[in-house]
Design a protein around this ligand. Structure first.
Ligand code: ITT
Length: 205
């Protein structure tokens, strides 16, 4: 029983593999696929983007697919960057920005700049995971992880905004946690575990 985890993000793929390994589920990645396709994420909600990705990859490769759309919602920014989390650095917020760093670093710097002197630093990670099988239909779940944005980046584990996200109840950033611990509390871990429960139930019906 193999599922294609259709993500171009290595950090995400690593986490999906770890989470699924607890259930003995083997994961294929886009790198295992001979023919390559790209899918643009141009929708306005996590769910629509995740459905689009799952359907495109599933219909193309004709195997069961898991796709995720995820992001960080910051309260003081009205929920931004949200669905724009991956390319936040390149979205114009009134100033021209040249990218000299890597993407994750650029996103982090931009967010810290926008939150400078802001007292409300509440944020949450969101994950919407879609399972799609060309033979049957689709299932989706969501997971959230609440926390605050730190003053400066710390830690080198994880990916994306992890170095500036302090989960509720912790005094360190997500990037300072062991991978197992991040998976236990993360938006992705929660969404995937919900999904596996539903799939297990369905397979016994
Ligand atoms: P795919 O669409 O190919 O899966 P992507 O990186 O474009 O890869 P998303 O559109 O879901 O994935 O973008 C999510 C972005 O949100 C991601 O690039 C990170 O910047 C951020 N993000 C999501 N989950 C995160 C996590 O667990 N830790 C830190 N940042 C995360």
């Amino acid at each position: 029983n193999k599922i294609l985890v259709a993500t171009t993000n290595r950090g995400k793929l690593r986490e999906f593999r770890q989470i699924f390994s607890q259930y003995g589920i083997d994961v294929l990645s886009l790198e295992d696929m001979k023919e390559k396709i790209t899918v643009e994420e141009d929708r306005e909600t996590f769910l629509e983007n995740a459905i689009k990705k799952a359907k495109r990859y599933g219909d193309f490769y004709r195997i069961p697919v898991i796709a995720e759309d995820a992001g960080l919602e910051v309260e003081a920014l009205g929920g931004y960057p949200g669905v724009y989390s991956a390319r936040f650095y390149s979205i114009d917020f009134g100033g021209k920005e040249e990218i000299k760093e890597d993407k994750d670093r650029a996103n982090i710097n931009k967010l810290l700049r926008l939150l400078k002197n802001k007292r409300n630093r509440k944020a949450r990670f969101v994950s919407v995971v879609v399972f799609y099988s060309p033979e049957s239909s689709g299932i989706w779940t969501e997971g959230y992880c609440y926390g605050t944005i730190s003053e400066k980046p710390e830690g080198d584990r994880g990916f994306g905004y992890d170095p500036i996200f302090i989960p509720e109840g912790y005094s360190k950033t997500m990037a300072q946690l062991e991978p197992e611990e991040k998976n236990r509390i993360s938006h992705r871990g929660k969404a995937v575990r919900k999904l596996v429960k539903i799939l297990q139930k369905l397979s016994f019906e």
